[in-house]
Design a binder for this molecule. Structure first.
Ligand SMILES: Nc1ncnc2c1ncn2[C@@H]1O[C@H](COP(=O)(O)OP(=O)(O)O)[C@@H](O)[C@H]1O
Ligand SMILES: [Mg+2]
Length: 297
């Protein structure tokens, strides 16, 4: 089963928004999708209109109690073909409880193998840290999507994340991820700085950066209060269109036709960004996400 972890240890870069709306858009496109909420803040659970404290069983049980599986935890959402494996704040204690357990990084991957005939795609919303929860997601995934806010400081943390991904990949190969992509979020085409960062990221990371970008859109910020993804809350909004385009790019490995070409901009900050990523492992030749080539392991 294609399993996409949405990862970045930085908070506020658009992970939960991306997890919910990408999962929703893939479901809209006909895929059977499971969204796993792996962040104790439960933003994916809340964002889909659920009360995190109302569940008898959550992802916490799956990770700490061998008797529970995803089939007993998963719930239907208001979106057709989209199920949610919810969590609540209890999940925060899993980090501590699992501390000394051997094979603790493999728990989620093991649980996912049981559901590979039920869903086509699984999307995992990760917490803003690189602890045992995120490690479980990285080990369980075939694909990694890293939302990167188009903002200078946001790029600093990316170095550490890429290094962590490299270590996990070396250690857990061949179970580990097959592709990694950066998703530029909070893009504002009218701002020169936003366009510059976008261009420099493409210069440095090449094909690793999705052609699709997610624009800053106030409708996104409104949608959690309605308990809906922006996809259904404001289906004609710019952000909804962006997430549909992203789902298309994930499924076909190519940008959706009609997407505006990326404008070339001045090289003002090139040098600083290149310096920032000097010596950092950049997984250049990893393939694009392509479900056809990703058979479940
Ligand atoms: N494209 C966007 N435009 C405007 N606001 C956004 C956008 N993406 C996310 N947000 C808002 O920014 C905040 C952080 O986003 P979120 O997805 O929760 O990030 P993370 O999960 O990485 O912490 C939320 O309030 C969210 O509604
Ligand atoms: Mg989040």
């Amino acid at each position: 089963m294609q399993t996409i972890a949405v990862v970045n240890q930085k908070g506020g870069c658009g992970k939960s928004t991306t997890a919910i709306n990408t999962a929703g858009a893939l479901a809209e496109g006909g895929k059977r999708v499971l969204l796993i909420d792996l962040d104790p803040q439960a933003h994916a659970t809340i964002g889909l209109g659920f009360d995190p404290d109302a569940f008898d069983h959550t992802i916490y049980d799956l990770l700490t109690n061998a008797g529970k599986d995803l089939a007993t935890i998963g719930v239907r959402t208001n979106l057709e073909r989209l199920d949610l494996a919810p969590c609540n704040v209890l999940l925060a204690s899993a980090e501590l409880e699992l501390g000394g357990v051997s094979g603790k990084e493999l728990l989620l991957g093991g649980a996912l193998r049981q559901t590979r005939d039920v869903y086509d795609i699984c999307v995992i919303d990760c917490p803003p840290s690189l602890g045992v929860l995120t490690l479980n997601a990285l080990v369980a995934s075939t694909d990694i999507v890293v939302p990167v806010q188009v903002h200078y400081y946001a790029l600093e943390g990316l170095k550490r994340l890429l290094e962590t991904i490299r270590i996990i990949r070396d250690r857990f190969h061949p179970y580990s991820m097959e592709s990694i992509h950066l998703l530029l979020t909070f893009v504002e085409e009218r701002r020169t700085f936003s366009r510059q960062i976008q261009q420099q990221m493409r210069d440095i990371f090449g094909d690793l950066v999705f052609d699709t970008v997610i624009h800053r859109d106030v409708r996104v910020a409104e949608s959690p209060s309605a308990g809906e993804p922006v996809l259904t809350y404001a289906p004609r909004s710019k952000a909804a269109a962006d997430y549909r385009a992203l789902a298309g790019e994930i499924l076909t490995g190519a940008p959706v036709a009609g997407l505006a070409p990326h404008s070339r901009v001045r090289r003002g900050i090139q040098k600083r960004l290149t310096t920032l990523f000097e010596g950092v492992w950049i997984p250049r030749r990893m393939p694009r996400i392509n479900p056809g080539s990703i058979e479940s392991t």
